[in-house]
Design a protein around this ligand. Structure first.
Ligand SMILES: O=C(O)CCC(=O)C(=O)O
Ligand SMILES: [Fe+2]
Length: 342
């Protein structure tokens, strides 16, 4: 179960006292990547610490981790959350003025990852998707609040900007943990300045076991930076075939490794399958910013990660081809890009 080797320790805790000591030690070291919970990485511990732990269990075994002391101002997070609450409190007819149409990647709809009308009704959630570095926030905000609400645009743009910056910083650390010869290949993918912000709302659900918040999917991006709700659990990641909840922490940002990192490392770092479950007592809101790769590069693994024994399962593809595959394979676009299907 635990992967203590990644933290440079070889012993396994045997009693609950041992386990408590282990936990304390991990907390002191600013990391918890042992046991059965998503690793927590304290960015205040400095570059070497972050690089080491990202390159271990965080990206390999989990494909997901939480960052604390991440440097993003809490005011920025809270302003975006507050404006998102106002958005979802608008009457449905009002929200539908900015409805996300089939084939489009922005606008308001049910189910953040689902882009097909047929599937939309099945999910007990609503989401607004906005491209970063576009006029979306302005035009969508203008339609939602014709009498004006400049705070909406300001808060979502500021959150996206900060989350994009953090994504690139984290990816820089990820790259520094890779074999030296492969780093050049990865750095090219860190030049991009676009992405999307999805604001997800999961209404209180009287029978949570009977409904799905968001179905299992991988994120169609390089990496996602996500803020979960104030103490309302809901995000779960697939760890070796079991669903593990990501503990909600107001002070943390969750990082989810996306499909593109998985392809670039030929599966060494994995795009974790995840889902959102519902809550009978409280509604839940999450802000998920997904950073995109450059649109002009072929997405192929670094040669150091590929061999005759381990070829890439995917054919080389462009970002546009990836987005086209997402239209059909909404929860895992990579299924449309398998080498054998070309
Ligand atoms: O709400 C969550 O915690 C998950 C959201 C998510 O996975 C997504 O928007 O892609
Ligand atoms: Fe996701």
């Amino acid at each position: 179960m635990s992967s203590h080797g990644d933290a440079g320790r070889t012993h396994k805790p045997t009693s609950s006292t041992d386990m408590e000591m282990e936990k304390e030690m991990e907390m002191e070291m600013g990391i918890s990547d042992g046991g059965s919970s998503v690793p927590v990485i304290d960015m205040a511990q400095g570059r070497d610490h972050i690089v080491e732990h990202l390159g271990g269990a965080a990206c390999k075994a989990w494909g997901c981790f939480q960052l604390i002391n991440h440097g993003m101002a809490m005011k920025c997070v809270e302003d975006a959350r507050e404006q998102s609450r106002l958005l979802f409190a608008l009457p449905t007819a009002h929200k539908l003025k900015v409805k996300r149409m089939p084939g489009q990647f922005t606008g308001y709809g049910n189910g953040a990852v689902v882009n097909s009308e047929a599937l939309n009704e099945e999910y007990y959630s609503e989401a607004l998707t906005l491209r970063y570095r576009s006029s979306d926030a302005e035009s969508i905000g203008g339609k939602l609040w014709p009498d004006g609400n400049p705070e909406f645009r300001k808060s979502v743009v500021e959150f996206s900007e900060a989350a994009h910056k953090l994504s690139l910083e984290v990816l820089g650390y990820v790259v520094d943990g890779l074999p030296v010869e492969s780093r050049k290949h990865f750095k090219e993918y860190l030049m991009e300045q676009s992405g999307t912000l999805r604001v997800n709302n999961y209404p209180l659900c009287p029978q949570p076991a009977l409904h799905t918040g968001l179905p299992p999917h991988i994120d169609a991006c390089v990496v996602t930076v996500l803020h979960q709700s104030d103490n309302v659990a809901g995000l779960e990641v697939d760890k070796d075939g079991s669903w593990v909840g990501v503990q909600p922490r107001h002070d943390a940002l969750v990082v989810i490794v996306g499909a593109i990192v998985q392809v670039l490392t030929n599966g060494v770092y994995k795009a974790v399958k995840h889902r959102a479950v519902l809550n009978a007592e409280r509604s839940r809101l999450s802000l998920a910013y997904s950073a995109y790769p450059p649109s002009n590069l072929a997405i192929v693994p670094a040669s150091q990660f590929v061999s005759d024994d381990k070829p890439s399962p995917y054919r080389p593809f462009s970002w546009a081809e990836f987005l086209a595959a997402k239209q059909k394979y909404v929860t895992d676009p990579l299924l449309g890009l398998l080498a054998e299907s070309s």
